[in-house]
Ligand binder design. Sequence first.
Ligand SMILES: NC(=O)c1ccc[n+]([C@@H]2O[C@H](COP(=O)([O-])OP(=O)(O)OC[C@H]3O[C@@H](n4cnc5c(N)ncnc54)[C@H](O)[C@@H]3O)[C@@H](O)[C@H]2O)c1
Length: 318
Amino acid sequence: MLKDKRILITGVAGFIGSNLADRCLELGANVIGIDNMFNGSIHNLKNAQQGKDFQLVKGDIRDYSLLLEISKEIEIIYHVGAFTSVPQSIIMPETCNAVNVNGTINILNVARKNDIEKVIFSSSSSVYGDTNKLPLTEDMPRNPISPYGTSKLAGESYMQSFHHIYGLKTIILRYFNVFGPRQKDSPYSGVTAIWIGRIQRNEPLVIFGNGENSRDFTYVKDVVQGNLLAGEKNVSGEIFNIGAGSPISLNNLAALLLRLTNRQDLLIKHTDPRPGDIIHSYADISKAKNQLDFIPQYDQKSGLKEYLSWISKNNDMT
Ligand SMILES: NC(=O)c1ccc[n+]([C@@H]2O[C@H](COP(=O)([O-])OP(=O)(O)OC[C@H]3O[C@@H](n4cnc5c(N)ncnc54)[C@H](O)[C@@H]3O)[C@@H](O)[C@H]2O)c1
């Protein structure tokens, strides 16, 4: 289906964007990727840049004229690029808003102007905020508790309104705690990458709070699968949860990771909970199953195993 499709991926040098680009290229698409390198890395594009079907534009999604120019021949936009850190969004809410909200409006405006077939938006489970009612279904109230979550919710609303007002085909994918190859080990990243970094440096794993909070950790290849299905299927104007559909507590995830790396000698330390962190998160993925034929191929254990094996082969890129 993607053979010879002309695709724009925003945030292409990031964790998810680069994995998506690789898969689109494998399937025969022509990919233009844009990234301002705020959190991306050129290393992530090592595979993509080997072929002739990939072009990297170093630029900003806040630059409307640039987006308009590079998307002239594009058929599908995967809008993945974003200001992605919850803690940083608390320090810099204006920048988070400018990138995630104004940047998203730019994408929608160029999609209209250039008659782009479909825009697929990377949203987040953070739009739900904290709730005791689990698993989370797409129609549940959305009460984000961080500037990041708020900006993602605004992005979603713009996606929906451009669909309703202008008939633009948009799809919103709400990802749940993604992990896998190329996730950065930085204080602002997902916990799996941070813990693997700590294991490599022989440091204890740190859990914010008592660790009984649970997350629906989702392997990046399943997120890529969700994006490809959203591009292929004759569906638009919809929101889909994209998760593994099987939650695990942070305590159990830490124990699993120490077991898989054979590092049970390392300690697990608990500190104060972080502001903006959600307590429980668990996706009901039946809508994506029914309408997109989305079936996760990985659980936390198989995803972690593949991720660890990737790390041992590509240590220079972590
Ligand atoms: N990783 C997760 O667990 C997770 C969970 C839910 C949703 N998401 C969403 O998935 C998408 C990708 O996240 P990720 O984990 O790959 O994060 P990431 O930070 O690795 O990737 C985001 C990319 O966007 C780029 N970017 C930032 N500002 C930009 C700008 N102004 N112009 C152009 N590029 C810009 C960054 O440089 C980076 O390469 C984001 O939209 C994020 O909100 C991620």
